[in-house]
Design a protein around this ligand. Structure first.
Ligand code: DHB
Ligand code: FE
Length: 282
C-alpha cells in the first residue's frame, strides 16, 4: 500500500526560482529564508519519497479566468513548464504517475469531490518553485514523480477552507488505498500573507501568519472561522493561497509530528513560511 510519509507547507514566490538559479542561498537577503529549508532538504534526502502530490494554484498559465476549475488534478505522464514572463529558465519536464493520478481522481470523485481531470497540463511557478525548493539538485528532483493538484484561489468564488481540509482528508484516504508500495509526500504551497497589487500592495500580517503556523498541527480548523473574503482583508487577496496548506494538513490525519518551521518577511513582497510534518501513523 502507498504511505503518506509527510507533508510540507511552503511559499512559492517566483523570485525564489531566480535565486536558486543564481545560487544566492547564502546571500544576506536570501540566507534567512533558505536556511529554513535545510531540515526539509535533510528529510527528503533521508526519506527519498517516490511521489509528491503538489497542491498549488495556476496563476494564468494553464487556466485563465474564462475557464477556472475549482480542483484540477494532472493525469499526464509528464508535465512541462513554460515562460510566464518571470525570466525563469524552462526546467526539464517533471515525470508524472498516471496510474496513481487516476486512482486519486477515481477515489476523490467517489468521495463526491468533482475533480477536473487533466491529461495535459502546463505547470507554472506555483508548481516549479516548490519542486526546485524541495529538491534543489536536479538528479534527486528527477527521481520524484509528481501529481499536480491545482486549486482555484484566483477567480472568486474560491473553495472554502473547510472544503480544502476535507479534500485533504479524502486524499489521505485515497493514498492509503493505492495498492502499490510507494512513499508519498504532500506539499501545500502558496502564501503566506501577501498582496501583490492595489493601494495596499506589499501588505503582510506577521501576527496572523504566526498563529496560522502555530495552529496548523493540532487545530487546523482555526482557519475555518474566516471566510475567504475576510481572509483577503487579513492576509491580502493573494495570501488566501494559504488555504491550500489545509489540503496538505487534512491529508496527514491526526498522528503527525512537526519537525521544523521557518517564517521570514519579506521575500519579494511576500511573507514566506515553511513547515515540515512527519506522519507517525505510517
Ligand atoms: C508572487 C507571486 C506569487 O504567486 C506568490 O504566491 C507570491 C509572490 C510575486 O509575484 O512576487
Ligand atoms: Fe502564488
Amino acid at each position: 500500500m502507498a504511505r503518506l510519509i509527510g507533508g510540507v507547507g511552503s511559499s512559492h514566490v517566483p523570485a525564489i526560482g531566480n535565486a536558486l538559479e543564481q545560487g544566492l542561498q547564502t546571500d544576506p537577503y536570501w540566507k534567512p529564508f533558505f536556511d529554513g529549508y535545510k531540515p526539509v532538504w535533510n528529510w527528503m534526502e533521508d526519506k527519498k519519497p517516490d511521489v509528491a502530490i503538489l497542491v498549488y494554484n495556476d496563476h494564468g498559465l494553464n487556466f485563465f479566468l474564462d475557464t477556472m476549475p475549482t480542483f484540477a488534478i494532472g493525469a499526464a505522464a509528464e508535465y512541462q513548464n513554460a515562460d510566464e514572463g518571470w525570466g525563469l529558465k524552462p526546467l526539464d519536464p517533471f515525470q508524472g504517475d498516471p496510474e496513481f493520478s487516476w486512482h486519486l481522481i477515481d477515489s476523490l470523485v467517489h468521495d463526491e469531490f468533482d475533480i477536473t481531470m487533466c491529461q495535459e497540463m502546463l505547470v507554472d511557478h506555483g508548481f516549479t518553485v516548490p519542486m526546485s525548493l524541495m529538491w534543489p539538485n536536479q538528479d534527486t528532483r528527477d527521481q520524484v514523480k509528481v501529481i499536480p493538484l491545482c486549486v482555484n484561489v484566483v477567480q472568486y468564488p474560491f473553495p472554502t477552507a473547510q472544503r480544502c481540509l476535507k479534500l485533504g482528508e479524502a486524499i489521505g484516504k485515497a493514498v492509503a488505498s493505492f495498492d502499490k508500495d510507494l512513499d508519498v509526500v504532500i506539499l501545500g504551497t502558496g502564501g503566506l500573507s501577501h498582496q501583490l497589487d492595489g493601494e495596499r500592495a506589499g501588505h503582510t500580517n506577521r501576527e496572523f501568519d504566526t498563529e496560522f503556523l502555530e495552529k496548523l498541527k493540532d487545530e487546523p480548523e482555526w482557519l475555518l472561522k474566516y471566510s475567504n473574503y475576510e481572509l483577503a482583508k487579513i492576509v491580502g487577496p493573494q495570501g488566501v493561497e494559504m488555504i491550500m496548506w489545509l489540503i496538505m494538513r487534512g491529508a496527514l490525519g491526526g498522528n503527525i509530528r512537526e519537525l521544523s518551521r521557518n517564517y521570514h518577511i519579506p521575500i519579494s513582497n511576500t511573507a514566506a513560511g515553511v513547515i515540515l510534518f512527519e506522519n507517525d501513523a505510517v
